[in-house]
Design a protein around this ligand. Structure first.
Ligand SMILES: [Zn+2]
Length: 287
């Protein structure tokens, strides 16, 4: 699998020179399978640049196929969708999976985003591509070519988000951009969901000090991300979803904090650490 990062910020975009090294776009990561299957994980503003790049290939000819998985519908996970150019090209087929019990609920959220008060598009029906809305319940799995995608609910403030696990053969990538739990109270089922992942792309919004003052927002700290990675024996932790106000230097310090906690946690010293940033591409080879 090839994992590419297009947006790594939480909440709102962070334009400005002091954010450029990690990038200021909100959440969007792609996973490509060995046979070319394309999964898009969340549609924050990072998906806009992805869309432009895809237009150079099959999506520009109306022959593209992608599966978009939305972990939840907070702005930073859907705000790029109306600006994802491939949705306007007839012939493209885009499956959109959302964390609801029915596709009608996902449709009402995405239709709401197209409401004329927010967008001139008016309705999903005005997008040219074939957009297929599908629900993705926690504990359910779907297949996209040779890739298997499973979901597990995670607490996120007053609501829930999804953790997504993508498997190809024995290779596993887990994506959990928003996680409001405590590291010492990880549900056993979530622990086994993360266990042994090759990549754990995990919410690292705050330092523990900042998180303590904003606990109701439902995000994780560097300390939580590192502790969870060590507990679950993952091969590599990829911190992501940095607070929009943290400059590049502050994110550097956040990532250093992850390394310190990993090194002082049982089993953590052997966990690799690669910070998410725009344009980063990670190859996750088949075992
Ligand atoms: Zn978020």
């Amino acid at each position: 699998m090839k994992v590419s990062f297009y947006g790594v910020r939480g909440c709102i975009p962070s334009p400005g020179a002091e954010f450029n090294r990690y990038g200021g776009n909100t959440m969007c990561v792609t996973v490509e399978g060995e046979a070319g299957e394309l999964l898009v994980l969340d549609a924050g503003t990072g998906v806009i640049e992805l869309g432009k790049r895809l237009m150079a290939g099959a999506f520009g000819r109306g022959e593209g196929e992608a599966s978009l998985f939305l972990t939840h519908a907070h702005w930073d996970h859907i705000q790029g969708f109306p600006f994802f150019v491939p949705v306007y090209v007839p012939g493209n087929h885009i499956q959109v999976f959302g964390p609801n019990s029915s596709p009608q609920m996902l449709e009402s959220i995405l239709e709401g985003q197209m409401n004329p008060h927010f967008m001139p598009i008016q309705s999903l029906g005005n997008l040219g591509a074939n957009i297929e809305l599908r629900s993705l319940m926690a504990d359910e799995g779907v297949s996209v070519g040779a890739l298997k995608v499973c979901a597990h609910s995670v607490p996120h403030g007053t609501m829930e988000s999804l953790a997504l696990k993508i498997e190809e053969g024995d290779t596993r990538v887990v994506f959990v951009p928003d996680a409001g739990y405590e590291a010492d109270a990880l549900e056993p089922s979530l622990r086994s969901f993360y266990q042994g992942a090759d990549l754990l792309i995990h919410d690292t919004t705050y330092t523990s000090e900042d998180r303590a003052t904003r606990i109701s927002r439902g995000y994780a700290s560097a300390e939580i991300a590192a502790s969870v990675a060590a507990q679950c024996g993952v091969r590599c932790l990829v911190p992501i979803h940095y607070d929009q106000d943290y400059t590049d230097e502050q994110v550097d310090a956040l990532v250093e904090r992850c390394r310190e906690v990993l090194d002082s946690s049982p089993g953590g010293a052997s966990v690799d650490l690669v910070a998410a940033k725009e344009s980063l591409v990670l190859d996750v080879p088949q075992k």
